[in-house]
Design a protein around this ligand. Sequence first.
Ligand code: PEP
Ligand code: MN
Length: 337
Amino acid sequence: MIIILKNNAEKVQVEKLRQDMEARGMIIHESRGQETTLWGLVGDTSQINEDQLMSNKAVEAVRRIQEPYKAANRKFHPEDSVVDIGGKKIGGGHFQVIAGPCSIETEAQITEVAMSVKNSGAGLLRGGAFKPRTSPYAFQGLHDEGLKMLLEAKKATGLPVVTELMSPAHIELFEDVDMIQIGTRNMQNFELLKEVGKLKTPVLLKRGMANTLDELLMSAEYIMAGGNENVILCERGIRTFEPSMRNTLDLSAIPMLKKKSHLPVVVDPSHASGIRFMVRPLALAAIAAGADGLMIEVHNNPEKALCDGPQSLYMDEFDRLMVEIRKTEAFFAELNG
Ligand code: PEP
Ligand code: MN
């Protein structure tokens, strides 16, 4: 339910209404715009009488929300959300590029890639220490040792870091991580979502490879309902009938997610295609479609990468792509005013 407050509502009345709503067990998400202030109410709103609310002097209008996602709904929060990841803002006109290898392999590897992507202009460093692999015989990541290497690279470059959490059992190892990634295979691991919902650390929530946009938003809702509103959505390609690419990038997801939700949307063209030459066109297309950021895999020696080498950009290739990303981003920022 949404309550739109009158512009000239008296403070005392607003406070009384707030207390009344909270006493009935409602959680209020306040959104103060230029013109109006609105409250998104989360809780069992079936017990609230709309006519009674309308007769309150502080209330301009009351609307019920049909969608099952509330906190993530743009109707609740008309302005774009801006999430701060270790000092780097994303959303609401702030664009970020997250770059780095699929997995952390050695300290020298992650530090070399980190330095390089930083010099090219990436705002955040990625690298997996816990890897969700289809085969149990494939490289699973360096776990806590890998996280230490990632934090060393963070120290060396000053770049905030993003890395995947696969189990609630590992959560205390992630204390110094700037953004926690929930991978496509865990988008509906509800116990994991509830655990990251208890934190304040930003969460990069990747769309399940066979999940709808509303299911993605319901997963975001799990995190937000726990009190963590720092959620960033990520479109990383979905399974279709087309076998030429690893996945099919759903570009339509970008404008649709931004219509449905106020949360920032990042696109991962690396996993979406699985093929190096496709990363550039998909990255630029994602900017044109309105993405707030990109996540790109970059490796210092892709042929020797322990994971996702075929889709990883060479460092010099990423450097050239960053020039085009900046230009494209500036072009569309001006075009869209
Ligand atoms: C990754 O980012 O390396 C990854 C495993 O991504 P996804 O969960 O989208 O496959
Ligand atoms: Mn990968």
